[in-house]
Write a protein that binds this ligand. Sequence first.
Ligand SMILES: [Zn+2]
Ligand SMILES: [Zn+2]
Length: 237
Amino acid sequence: MSFFGEFTGDKELAKSYNYGDHWRNKIGYKVLKGNGNFNHKFGGNNWDVPACKNCNAPYHIIMSLDLRDPKLESIMGICDKELPLISCLNCSSIWGEQFFKINFEEKKVEFIQDTDTQHWIQDDELKIGSPLYEVNMQLVSLNENENENPVNEELYYELTNNFGKDYFIRLLGAPLYLQDPIDRECPCCHKEMKYIATVGSDFGNIIDNTNFDLGEMWLYFMFCNECSILKVESEGD
Ligand SMILES: [Zn+2]
Ligand SMILES: [Zn+2]
């Protein structure tokens, strides 16, 4: 296990990664409902996704990012591709780590592995429907306001307490770690994966028609450009 990534202070302490000066000028975005110049989407089913081997339902496409947007250049350069952020939302697959291979040419996601050993499945009446209702989204800079990156302990708690009220997806920049930093090592090439997004629950009814409530559990997405591997890991409170 190797954390990689930035920290301030003692490398052995989780809080050294969660907040501090290392996040001060990081450029990141909050994802809000609306039409921008690019085709960023919440939900939808425009990718061929496999069925979860535990609950048998298709994986949820949480977001599809339009990589023509210069704001996302650091992921794969500016290119005519989309990057899907997927996870199962209805079973214990979500509690550990999930790995997928992205086949950009065929717009297909292949399951590689997960670390689920519990094999729990949500009750039918409480399941989050799939596919998720599709909504156009736009990326709004987190840097216009000094208070949107967790540069100190006070701001960290303010941001984590409010996450999900006005927005529930952060892209690039500073992740909001609920507990410890996430292991960023690519299981294939063992290099550092690119941190892509933190996803929480939509407590503010930001997306109408959709109950996107993961409770006090947040998802972290990472991507290895060399291996086209997407990693999803969750943290709970
Ligand atoms: Zn599942
Ligand atoms: Zn890799």
